[in-house]
Design a protein around this ligand. Structure first.
Ligand code: HEM
Ligand SMILES: *[C@@H]1O[C@H](CO)[C@@H](O)[C@H](O)[C@H]1NC(C)=O
Ligand SMILES: *[C@@H]1O[C@H](CO)[C@@H](O)[C@H](O)[C@H]1NC(C)=O
Length: 508
């Protein structure tokens, strides 16, 4: 997506012999753009896989070029060169389109995008970035947020289980659901609550849950940015409804009841003199970061576990070790979820590998030699193609296309992990300066939510037989973890598991 936009305004010159090898398209110049628009992430993935001998290549596009990196060693080199290969120059334009920030706020975002170490002029983005990485890095603030999230999600699950039990005793033995929508609801309502407190916009206006997903599903159209109120009507209206509700929330000072990290975010916006309406849009982007990938990843992990009876037994076995049985409640240890469930962890990582086609995108600020070998021209875009690296047989082995969590377990844990997988080969959280700051939090949150679902419910295929796992839909432009096609929606029957009627309590 970033590619398409950047290529409209970036200037270019003739290719230099030291630039990475060129892959031409069937239709000169616009062919690659058309390919990406029509075939989404799958387009670059197939080019990358057929050109596996090239660790980096050049796609010429009108007035510019895009360099695609498909090798972990070069990916690490891109990450290290963050001074000249930077994501931040692209941020103002992306946020303007996606969040609908006004001109004055975009101009403020543009100030001092990449301060050098020791520079005393600061910028909004740099301050926000530093605060986020500090607060979401290992430490007490992270522990507090993870505990708060798990407790809130356990309230959601316990309430649902109590309703189900009530239904079962009055003759409704089970409920049929769309698994993705079912998981999304817990994550959307729960995240709004633990991040933004009891007066969060979604609690105040439940119809905003739908608005949120309308916004999410129209992100591509908003990013294109051609008269969005007309071409992207549904996502535009969803976003505007959310922005209005967040503006009211900020104006009323409800963030005083929010998680520490939200209070710090709002404080930074205030320091820079942002009006409530702009702070509201910035918070919408954080709510988005907190919900979307978490919901979709939890869906895949739950699905893969319940689709495999032997895996379900193994995961329940791990969880039994970290669950305590009382009379009126069961306890689930967060520390245990983090440290004593290697199989669950491996399923999580394998779902992220298969579900993430994402690119790490950087603008080349000045002509740069990458790894002393490839010339990258100023004002072009470099993208590390996560989807290609995640599908590389040479990295992951011949079973690269199938779900095999054992590849993330060492032989002594009963797995088949290869010894020399480069750390930059796992791209689902990005890498370098844009490595997801929420990754520790997201891991604990997702694993604990999966644990609660596995310990509370039984999920069966509608009509009997085994649950079928659809392929992720890679025909879209990847902006987050892939979903299945709408026509492949997974329908399951939800029942209480054998201990499901006893509420779960989260303990450290
Ligand atoms: C499975 C779940 C998640 C995945 C796969 C994921 C992945 C990513 C990726 C790939 C990026 C980098 C984007 C880029 O390279 O441009 C990113 C950025 C970010 N993520 Fe996550 N994320 C997840 C969950 C979360 C959660 C739960 C939070 C918040 C609590 C979060 C907060 C953020 C933020 C704030 C950024 C922007 C960082 C910046 O300022 O550069 N993420 N995430
Ligand atoms: C974590 O929570 C405890 C208890 O509510 C509180 O006293 C402490 O200040 C919090 N720490 C941070 C870093 O937010
Ligand atoms: C994917 O990439 C886009 C653009 O670089 C970024 O905004 C988004 O957060 C990324 N998300 C994931 C899950 O990789």
């Amino acid at each position: 997506m970033v590619v398409i936009i950047s290529s409209f305004y970036l200037s270019s010159a003739k290719l230099h012999p030291q630039e990475p090898p060129v892959i031409t398209s069937a239709v000169p110049f616009v062919g690659h753009l058309l390919g990406m628009i029509v075939n989404g992430g799958r387009y670059i993935k197939s080019i990358g896989i057929t050109n596996r001998d090239k660790p980096i290549f050049t796609l010429p596009v009108p007035r510019s070029r895009i360099y695609i990196v498909t090798d972990p060693v070069l990916a690490a080199a891109v990450q290290r060169a963050s001074r000249v290969l930077s994501f931040t120059p692209l941020v103002p334009d992306i946020t303007r389109r996606v969040l609908g920030l006004d001109d004055a706020t975009v101009a403020a975002v543009r100030q001092n995008l990449d301060p050098e170490p020791g520079d005393d002029r600061r910028g909004f983005l740099a301050d926000m970035h530093d605060m986020m990485y500090r607060t979401l890095g290992p430490g007490e603030a992270l522990e507090n947020l993870s505990t708060g999230a798990a407790r809130e999600l356990s309230r959601q699950i316990n309430t649902y289980a109590a309703d189900l039990q009530h239904g079962q005793s009055s003759g409704v033995p089970s409920i049929k659901v769309d698994l993705l929508e079912w998981v999304r609801h817990f994550v959307t309502v729960g995240t709004a609550q633990f991040l933004y407190g009891p007066n969060n916009p979604i609690a105040a206006h439940p119809e905003l849950e739908q608005a949120f997903w309308d916004f999410d599903h129209g992100l591509g159209l908003l990013l294109m940015g051609f008269a969005p109120s007309i071409t992207a009507r549904k996502p535009y209206r969803g976003r505007e409804a959310l922005a209005a509700a967040f503006t009211k929330y900020i104006t009323a000072g409800h963030e005083s009841e929010a998680a520490t990290i939200v209070r710090k975010r709002v404080a930074i916006a205030e320091e820079y003199g942002w009006p409530a309406s702009s702070t509201a849009r910035s918070e919408l982007s954080f709510l988005f970061a907190g919900i979307v990938n978490t919901a979709t990843t939890t869906f895949w992990v739950v699905l893969q576990i319940f689709a495999r009876p032997e895996l379900l037994v193994a995961v329940r076995g791990e969880l039994a070790q970290i669950t305590g049985e009382g009379e009126s409640e069961r306890t689930l240890s967060l520390d245990g979820v983090k440290n004593e469930c290697p199989i669950l962890q491996a399923v999580f990582r394998e779902c992220l590998r298969l579900g993430s086609n994402n690119f790490s995108t950087r603008l080349v600020k000045t002509d740069t030699m990458l790894a002393e070998r490839y010339l990258l021209k100023a004002n072009s875009v470099v993208q590390v193609a996560g989807g290609v690296i995640h599908a590389d047989r040479q990295i992951w082995g011949d079973d690269v296309d199938v779900f095999n969590p054992g590849r993330f377990l060492k032989p002594q844990q009963g797995g088949s992990a290869r010894p020399n997988v480069h750390p930059a080969a796992f791209r689902s959280f990005g890498g370098g300066k844009t490595l997801c700051p929420g990754r520790h939090f997201a891991t604990t949150e997702i694993l604990s939510l999966v644990a609660m679902i596995v310990l509370t419910f039984d999920l069966k295929a509608v009509g009997g037989g085994e649950i079928v796992v659809p392929a992720p839909d890679d025909g879209v432009l990847p902006v987050h973890i892939l979903e299945p096609k709408a026509s492949d929606a997974v329908k399951v029957v939800v029942k209480l598991g054998s201990d499901g009627a006893t509420p779960l309590k989260i303990v450290p």
